[in-house]
Design a protein around this ligand. Structure first.
Ligand SMILES: [Zn+2]
Length: 195
């Protein structure tokens, strides 16, 4: 099996299919490089979740995690992510935003909160290389669509799901210049990812 690449981030966010997750876990057991990438993504996701509710539910702890805890501590000992986590462990509330920013800066995905109508909250998580985008919305009109603009071309990426929050996962959307949520003719939210 090849390295995980973007699947590392999707896995950390709990977005991979069950069968694929099993393959990923088998690979992680044998590949330190991918473990490092997944752990960094999980740290980023956790930091995001701590400062920017509402976020997708955190992925459950994996079977390989206990065996990795010591290794992860070693990996993190040399990274700014760990320094950030250490700061959080000391209970410095004001440092949480810094933790999130540090973790995000060192991860392979970014996020943006869209400007939205009152009562509507929309966040987009996206791979920095444009490989995927995950849109999470609360309060959006039922059946609202996600529109992706690149340059002067805008395409309809599909409707948000019926769940709460409503979500839409896009594979290979490219690096969008703008993400918007449209209900009928109305733009109810829009934002600009930073890659
Ligand atoms: Zn690997």
């Amino acid at each position: 099996m090849n390295h995980l690449d973007d699947d590392a981030e999707l896995y950390a966010l709990g977005l991979t299919e069950r069968e694929r997750s099993a393959e990923i876990e088998a690979h992680l057991a044998a590949c330190p490089d991918c473990r490092t990438r997944v752990i960094a993504a999980e740290a980023a996701a956790a930091a995001l979740a701590s400062t920017l509710p509402p976020m997708p539910a955190a992925a459950p702890r994996r079977a390989w995690w206990p065996a990795l805890a010591a290794a992860a501590a070693l990996v993190f000992a040399t990274t700014t992510v760990t320094e950030g986590i250490a700061v959080r462990a000391r209970g410095a509330e004001a440092a949480r935003t810094d933790v999130a920013l540090t973790a995000i800066a060192s991860s392979h995905f970014g996020h943006t909160t869209l400007s939205a109508d009152p009562g509507v909250v929309v966040k987009a998580l996206y791979a920095r290389d444009g490989a995927w985008c995950y849109v999470v919305a609360t309060g959006a009109p039922r059946g609202a669509h996600v529109m992706i603009r690149r340059g002067t071309a805008t395409r309809d990426a599909g409707a948000l799901g019926d769940g709460s929050p409503a979500t839409l996962f896009l594979r290979q959307p490219g690096r969008a210049d703008e993400v918007s949520i449209v209900a009928g003719e109305r733009v109810v939210a829009h934002g600009v990812p930073v890659y």
